[in-house]
Design a protein around this ligand. Structure first.
Ligand code: NAD
Length: 334
């Protein structure tokens, strides 16, 4: 029986996995630890590993896995910026992922962040619990007829676009590859500078690549409308957090909604409620009343987790049994 080491596994992962792996020919071991140089030794003796967004498959980790005779990595997510793909290819790894599990889950979370900020639900929730029904400070704004700039019109970008269309927004898009569906839905592709200049709300849905690292930096922020809302449910590294903090202090950025953060590894997915959080940049960010942060939970719906579990299991079954796998599930289409 093939053996797979699952890293960064939480109770909810095991619960969903249990429902899918009952009849599987694979033996899974669930480790709570994230994959890193310190924990990679746990993979010794396994045939494959299964990892998530904050597991670190860098050059040294990949070399150690290779020395254990492991050549299969199953990502149970879509993004793969945490894997050194060049080294992985050089060492002959086959890497599979779940390219699409529920774009709607992330899109709905994105819009949830927009509405929380535009209607100040986070403040209202606390006030009403304390018996304070005054409306001062809760005035919001309509999404109707606002201009929304969507950066990255893949699966999640399009799902977000559809919802924002329903609100009656004007949609501008930026993506090196134009998606005909966006145009059919009435959106307009513009260059990034025009999007920055005209959008009331900017929502990030592109992958984290060298070209997109800090796509929202000081220069970009200076081109935006004063009081702009920025939403990032994609990857933390798309935003230069220090520049955004300055933009918030000056009022140039009016609202910030984050589900991801560039230094989230070690913070997100952990219960640190009894600890002193050492990341001052993150603490400053969450102190703003016009900032809403969630801990990478955009994907976290029952529908998405079931798709992640079934696709990952299919991917592993195929690869471990040397059966063909549709290239869309393979990174680099190996
Ligand atoms: P996708 O591959 O379907 O779409 C990504 C789009 O970004 C593509 O259309 C691509 O052409 C575009 N793109 C590439 N470079 C660009 C650039 N420089 N500027 C603008 N657009 C560019 O991916 P998806 O499924 O829509 O996911 C988008 C991102 O969402 C993923 O990369 C992942 O990091 C993130 N994500 C987050 C969560 C969460 O829980 N918060 C869950 C799933 C995915």
């Amino acid at each position: 029986m093939n053996k797979v080491a699952v890293f960064s596994s939480k109770r909810y992962d095991r619960k969903i996995a249990d429902e899918h792996i009952q009849s599987s020919q694979i033996e899974f071991t669930f480790f709570e630890s994230a994959l890193s140089e310190e924990t990679v030794h746990l993979a010794e003796g396994y045939d494959a590993i299964c990892i998530f967004v904050n597991d670190e498959a860098n050059e040294s980790v990949l070399a150690t896995l290779h020395s254990f005779g492991i050549s299969i990595i199953a990502l149970r997510c879509a993004g793969y910026n945490n894997v050194d793909i060049k080294i992985a290819e050089k060492l002959g790894f086959t890497i599979c992922r779940v390219p699409e599990y529920s774009p709607e889950a992330v899109a709905e979370h994105t819009v949830g962040l927009m509405l929380t900020l535009s209607r100040k639900f986070h403040k209202a929730y606390n006030r009403v619990r304390e018996g304070n029904f005054a409306l001062d400070g809760l005035m919001g704004f309509n999404l109707y007829q606002k201009t929304v700039g969507i950066i990255g019109t893949g699966n999640i970008g399009i799902a977000t676009l559809k919802i924002m269309n329903g609100f009656g927004c004007r949609i501008l898009c930026s993506d090196p590859v134009q998606n005909p569906e966006a145009i059919k839905l009435g959106a307009t592709y513009v260059n990034l500078d025009t999007l920055f200049k005209e959008a009331d709300i900017i929502s990030l849905h592109c992958p984290l690549l060298p070209q997109t690292q800090h796509i929202i930096d000081k220069d970009a922020i200076s081109k935006m409308k004063k009081g702009v809302m920025i939403i990032n449910t994609s990857r933390g590294g798309l935003i230069d957090t220090k520049a955004v903090t300055k933009g918030l202090k000056k009022g140039q950025i009016g609202y910030l909604g984050l589900d991801v953060y560039e230094l989230e590894s070690g913070l997100f997915f952990e219960d640190l409620s009894e600890e002193i959080i050492q990341d001052d940049i993150f603490q400053r960010l969450t102190a703003f009343s016009n900032v809403m942060v969630t801990g990478h939970q955009g994907f976290f719906t029952v529908e998405a987790l079931n798709t992640i579990a079934s696709t990952t299991l299919n991917n592993l079954n195929a690869l471990l049994n040397n059966e063909p796998l549709n290239p869309e599930f393979l990174i680099g289409g190996q």
